[in-house]
Write a protein that binds this ligand. Structure first.
Ligand code: SAM
Length: 330
């Protein structure tokens, strides 16, 4: 039986699907990971790709344009439902219920990755596994490092290493809440409003929409106290931590680049809508029906559109920091 992840459980998948598909930021972000893998492999086409944490398929559909096939691994049933709808039975996509930390076992379900299979092996590191050249993880790696819990990162990298062919590439991305960036712009809480560079979280539109939604929610739940959308996502990782875990797993020369995806006003709004899907995963809001969640989001959006300086706020440009990593199987 496939386990359901707690924060992305079925009910959360609905607003996630409703808003994230609209947002080309996620596609752009996936392209960074895809391009990094292509550059590292020195190939135009990625061949067979295993994708970890495929979600509703935004990244999967992007990867498909650069690969021969995608084996999309996703633990949550709700997410897999939308993943199936979005990839519409494409024969080049194989959807697998499974997790990064038990990747090899999850891939048992994909019989043609194995030679001489009968009765698929229980032994996790069975030698009849053929391996793939590329494994990608878009916007999901931070979930392997939950705050206050044992990190799954070493386990995931070990599994990735077992699944990759020699010289194969693993690529993933991390945001500033999850990775210690070197550049100051990555500090979301650095508010700059006089011509300096803005990140999306310090953008006035972001601040204002957050305040408005917070007000709407507080009206019904006066005890609700969560001030910031993001801090519970993951414990921050350092480059050293990731290097050590990669080396131990048999993945060499971990490289990373810090990138900044430009977001104009409208894209900030889409980004905020996505942010709210996180907001609604927290108790007591997590208990609300999808209809209620969407109604609260709509009410807040309507208020935002009536803000007197809405147009001016929209015209400001901001940047989303993202760090993209690649490692090679030794
Ligand atoms: C933010 S979504 C990203 C989805 C997609 N890759 C994209 O770029 O749109 C993170 C996904 O990781 C999945 N996930 C959570 N824990 C996981 C685990 N242990 N192994 C694999 N995937 C996991 C979640 O269910 C969710 O669908």
């Amino acid at each position: 039986m496939v386990e359901v992840t707690s924060i992305f459980s079925g009910n959360a998948a609905i607003p996630y699907a409703a808003f994230n598909l609209r947002d080309d930021y996620y596609r752009e972000s996936a392209r960074f990971v895809i391009n990094a893998a292509k550059a590292r492999l020195g190939k135009k086409n990625l061949g067979a790709v295993v994708e970890i944490g495929a979600g509703i398929g935004i990244s999967t559909m992007e990867i498909l344009q650069h690969a021969e096939r995608v084996i999309a691994v996703e633990p949550d049933e709700g997410m897999r439902y939308f993943l199936g709808l979005n990839t519409m039975g494409d024969p080049l996509v194989t959807i697998v219920g499974g997790r990064g930390e038990t990747l090899l076992r999850s891939l048992h379900q994909v019989a043609d990755l194995w030679t001489g299979v009968p009765g698929l092996q229980d032994e996790p590191f069975h030698e009849s596994f053929n391996g793939v050249d590329t494994i990608l993880c878009c916007q999901a790696f931070h979930l392997f490092n939950p705050p206050g819990k044992e990190s799954l990162v070493p386990k995931v990298l070990e599994q990735v290493s077992c699944v990759l062919k020699k010289c194969g590439v693993f690529a993933f991305d991390l945001g500033p809440s999850n990775f210690k960036f070197l550049t100051r712009i990555s500090d979301h809480r650095t508010f700059t409003n006089s011509g300096e560079i803005l990140t999306e979280l310090s953008h006035p539109l972001y601040q204002r929409t957050h305040q408005i939604l917070y007000g709407v929610v507080k009206r019904e739940y006066p005890d609700f106290t969560r001030e910031n959308l993001w801090p519970l996502g993951s414990a921050k990782m350092t480059y050293d931590f990731l290097v050590q875990a990669s080396l131990k797993a048999g993945l060499s020369s971990l490289l990373f680049t810090e990138n900044f995806i430009p977001l104009n006003g409208l894209r900030v709004i889409e980004f905020i809508r996505n942010g709210w899907t996180v907001f609604f995963r927290w108790p007591p809001l997590s208990e609300l029906s999808s209809e209620k969640k969407l109604a609260l989001m709509n009410e807040a959006m309507t208020q935002l559109f009536r803000e007197p300086d809405f147009e001016q706020m929209q015209n400001m440009m901001s940047y989303h920091p993202t760090a993209v990593f690649t490692a090679v199987k030794v």
